[in-house]
Design a protein around this ligand. Structure first.
Ligand code: DX5
Ligand code: ZN
Length: 237
């Protein structure tokens, strides 16, 4: 069964930059230099980033704490790029509208954190952002099936969320292929965790169009060449 993208109201689908032809590289700010946030954002903007990926962690759903609403708000003021907010938090239902109000253009909630994801995806869209569901490596991909028609994007985690710099789990490739085939390539697929020069080509071949990268960008001296290299590797014909 294919997802009916025509049901998608334009304002709540993905930002145009992200569905243009070719792969999109989204720097994960988790690993940036926060003492120079504005400068880091300007650097990745100039380097060809398609959007900023913001990892919100609560110390409950994941064993790490990162940042929350004030940082999303600061990024909105500092950047013209779409903000892709990845909520790794328990009880996401408490915060959806607040993150959209703070500037999120896309809000991703975890399937594992939501008792009933369908209405939450609807609330994200109603608030004016694109709605996405994420799954962790141990979660079977078929658990997403009932919710695909309510998603503007699906995020396949290729590491257990919580920390940057972890090794890519190749089980993500099978999940991406499953989702690409299930949705006839119509639902944008994002992958997050361990994405770099060794994995970009494989995830793109498996169907990922949005590649999140933390260490493969922020641990490198030249952001532009890192992003361009990932983009090139992910460009499949
Ligand atoms: C992991 C986060 C990722 C992470 C990516 O919990 O969701 O976005 O920061 O970092 P790398 O690319 O270093 O795996
Ligand atoms: Zn993330």
């Amino acid at each position: 069964m294919s997802v009916e993208m025509s049901e998608c109201v334009p304002k709540v689908c993905l930002p145009a930059e992200l569905i243009a032809a070719g792969p999109a590289i989204l720097p994960s700010l988790l690993l940036c230099d926060f003492a120079n946030l504005g400068e880091e954002i300007a650097r990745v903007e100039q380097a060809g980033a398609a959007a900023l990926h913001l990892d919100v962690m609560d110390g409950h759903f994941v064993p790490n704490l990162s940042y929350g609403l004030p940082l999303v708000d600061a990024c909105k003021k500092a950047s013209r790029l779409p903000l892709d907010v990845h909520l790794m938090i328990a009880n996401p239902e408490k915060y959806i509208e607040a993150y959209v109000e703070a500037g999120a253009d896309m809000v991703t909630i975890h399937l594992e954190a939501a008792a009933d994801p369908g209405p939450l995806l609807q609330r994200i869209r109603a608030a004016g952002a694109a709605a996405a569901l994420a799954i962790n490596p141990p979660t079977p991909v078929s658990a997403l099936d009932p919710f695909l028609s309510g998603c503007d994007m699906v995020l396949v985690m290729s590491v257990m969320p919580g920390f940057g710099g972890q090794a890519f789990d190749p089980a993500a490739l099978e999940k991406l292929r499953y989702l690409r085939d299930k949705t006839a390539g119509q639902l944008p697929l994002e992958v997050d965790g361990g994405i770099g020069p060794d994995t970009a080509e494989r995830v793109a071949e498996a169907g990922a169009q949005l590649l999140v990268a933390g260490s493969a960008i922020f641990k490198q001296a030249d952001y532009a060449s890192s992003i361009q290299q990932l983009k090139q590797l992910a460009t499949t014909n």
